[in-house]
Write a new protein. Sequence first.
Length: 210
Amino acid sequence: METVSEDVMASDMSAVATAARLDRFALLGISQGCAFSVRYAVEHPEQVTCLIMLGGYLRGRLKRPDLDQRKLYEAGAMMIRDGWGSPNPVFRHFFTSTFIPDAPQEIVASFDELQRIATSPEAAMRLWEMNSEVDATELAKRVHVPTLVMHCVGDRVAPIEEGRLMAKLIPGAMFVELPGNNHVLIEGTPAFDQFFEETAAFLAMHNPVA
């Protein structure tokens, strides 16, 4: 079984940049990808022009001080272990209702099914465990590129406090609060539109190759 680790994630990002022949680029981090993007920016400062972070966190659930976060970790682990591959969507709906609580029913149903076919229960558990243990708080202090952090106010996957912490620890980072409760932005919502507006303006200022 292939390795799932933070080191492998960082290596994969470097491999993509090399394969795409990218010398300098803006880096977008979403959800757990924010922690890995912070690491990449610190380890490859010659490549990253700026960072754009959406709905992310530096600390996984097991690294946060709130005891409810550990309970959510344990509940999620149980749902993955006991029901990820089941044809009954009630197990995966635990995640759907967390990631996109404001989504219309047709998107909810699609997201439920997408989880089932996207990966195996074993791989889902390994990713769940890895992401819950991540801690990039010290690395964030070493980021020295322009950074934009955006976060939905009611995000249930990564509480907005985690986004604010990221913006606080990354020197000079900008923080923008987005409306709504979704962790995954949905087209046609105010948060979706604002994300692209803020991103376009930020890139125009900080990414000369945009």
